[in-house]
Structure formats: structure tokens, C-alpha cells
Design a protein around this ligand. Structure first.
Ligand SMILES: Nc1ncnc2c1ncn2[C@@H]1O[C@H](COP(=O)(O)OP(=O)(O)OP(=O)(O)O)[C@@H](O)[C@H]1O
Length: 255
């Protein structure tokens, strides 16, 4: 059966491994257009590995990934075209320290579009204003706070109006207020771009405030134990105890 029209991402029987070491076996899930899906689970369960597979930095041991109805094979000719729809903000994809914010955000536009210098300048200013950094374009990353740097990374990730945004622990190292602002920003960007958003996070507050769905990866069984709205998962008596414990920070052990 072809994946459904409004389905942005379909993962079918995805097995991920490093050499002989299997990280996850036969994962199945979908993400709809404009859905915010968080990937959660204990340390080392394979969250970052899944993100790397989704963006094509790692190749599946077996199984398939579809964007819309297009199969995503990292080495194929179509992959470059699919990747153009991605906005990626990983820790490793931090800003270039030798470039101003303007130059950082302009980079993907210069690389991937035929826009003129003045069009790029206007777009960069617009993207910076979307993340609350209008007027900061001339600054270097070192001249910004950690929260501002994260937002600048976001501005770069949305430079090409991505259909799908990927974030790896966006609020790591931020104070609770900055982290909250970043969550609000992710919600605003989803609404403004209509993008599907995939986020790896450990932050419970973020999970409950931004996620439409939470996919829980379990290292022990090497499978996803659930994929649902986090509030429903806490309420639902059928939810795996492990997932409930995670989402309630162990409080449900007392019930
Ligand atoms: N390049 C690699 N080569 C071999 N094994 C790896 C590699 N990267 C990760 N692993 C292993 O794969 C498993 C999953 O790692 P991954 O980084 O995806 O987990 P994670 O859920 O993102 O962890 P954390 O929450 O601690 O960031 C771990 O056992 C890790 O040691």
C-alpha cells in the first residue's frame, strides 16, 4: 500500500545497526504533515541514531523510509532532492564561529538557490526576525548567549523553508525560561511553515508542551514501546509501565 497523502514520513520495518550491533529492530511509525513528534527513551537507546537514519547520515541495516510517497535511499539521485526539504539543527551542526549570523544563515541560500545577494539579505533578515534576532545579523556567534545561538541555529535550519525539521536536543544546556521560549518558537515555526517536526529531547516540560506524539524507544527490547500523545499516554491504563515511569519521572511507581 502507498503511504497516505498527508503522511510526511513513513518508517517501515527499520532495523538500525552499527556493524553487528543492532540498535533497534523493525521499527514502524509515521509522522503526519505539521505533526510534532518527539523521540524519547533512556540514554543510549538509539534516539540520535534514528535521527541520523531519517536524514540519511546512516544507512538502514534493513527496512524502508519514505518521505511522502518517495522512498528515501541516502545514496540515490532522488535523495538530494528529498534532503532539500529538510531543516536540520543538530548539536554537531553548530554555527560557524568565523562567520556573522547573517553569513551563517545566508550560507544554505547561497549554496542551494539562485537568489541575488539582495534577495538573500532580505530573506536572512526575515528568518532572523522569525526567531527573534532581528538586528543581530552582524554579530558573531561568540557574541551571543547560548539561547540566542540556538535560535540562530534554528534560523539557519529554516533558511530554505523546510517541510521537515529535525532537532537533536534543542534545549540542552539552556535555562528553563530560554528552554520554554525555544519550545514556543518550535510551535510557531511549525505553524508558520506547516512543517513536520521531529525532535529528540530529554526535557519532560518540552515533551508535554510541544509534542503531538511521543515515540518511546526501549534499549532492552530494541523496539518502540509506544507512539502517542504524551498526555494520553500518562492517562491510559494500558500504557507500558516503563513509558509511564519515564513520563512521570518515576512518580507513577507510587500508584
Ligand atoms: N558510531 C557508532 N558506532 C558504534 N556504536 C554507536 C555509534 N553511535 C552510537 N552507537 C551506539 O548505539 C547505541 C545508540 O546510541 P545513540 O547515540 O543513538 O543513543 P541515544 O538514545 O541518542 O543516547 P543519548 O540519550 O545518551 O544521547 C548506543 O549503544 C551507542 O553506544
Amino acid at each position: 500500500m502507498m503511504p497516505h497523502q498527508s503522511t510526511a514520513i513513513t518508517v517501515k520495518n527499520l532495523t538500525m545497526a552499527y556493524g553487528d550491533y543492532i540498535v533497534m529492530r523493525s521499527l514502524n511509525f509515521t509522522a503526519q504533515r505539521s505533526e510534532i513528534k518527539v523521540i524519547i527513551g533512556g540514554s543510549g537507546c538509539g534516539k540520535s541514531t534514528l535521527l541520523k537514519h531519517l536524514v540519511g547520515l546512516e544507512k538502514a541495516a534493513s527496512g524502508e523510509i519514505f518521505y511522502g510517497d518517495q522512498r528515501f535511499l541516502p545514496d540515490s539521485a532522488e535523495a538530494a532532492q528529498i534532503r532539500r526539504q529538510f531543516g536540520v539543527s543538530f548539536q554537531s551542526g553548530a554555527l560557524w564561529s568565523s562567520m556573522t549570523l547573517q553569513e551563517n544563515v545566508a550560507l544554505p541560500l547561497e549554496q542551494y538557490t539562485q537568489l541575488s545577494a539582495s534577495e538573500i539579505r532580505d530573506l536572512v533578515e526575515f528568518k532572523l526576525s522569525l526567531v527573534g534576532l532581528a538586528g543581530f545579523g552582524h554579530r558573531y556567534p561568540s557574541e551571543l548567549s547560548g539561547g540566542m545561538q540556538k535560535r540562530a541555529g534554528l534560523a539557519r535550519a529554516i533558511a530554505l523553508d523546510p517541510k521537515i525539521l529535525f532537532f537533536d536536543e534543542p534545549s540542552a544546556g539552556l535555562d528553563p525560561l530560554s528552554s520554554r521560549r525555544l519550545d514556543d518558537l518550535i510551535l510557531e515555526l511549525r505553524d508558520a511553515l506547516g512543517a513536520t517536526v521531529i525532535v529528540v529531547t530529554h526535557e519532560l516540560a518540552s515533551i508535554f508542551s510541544i509534542a503531538d506524539t511521543a515515540l518511546f524507544l526501549d534499549a532492552e527490547s530494541k523496539t518502540a514501546l509506544c507512539d502517542g500523545n504524551p498526555n494520553d499516554l500518562v492517562e491510559d491504563a494500558q500504557t507500558e509501565p516503563k513509558v509511564r515511569r519515564f513520563l512521570t519521572r518515576g512518580d507513577s511507581d507510587n500508584h
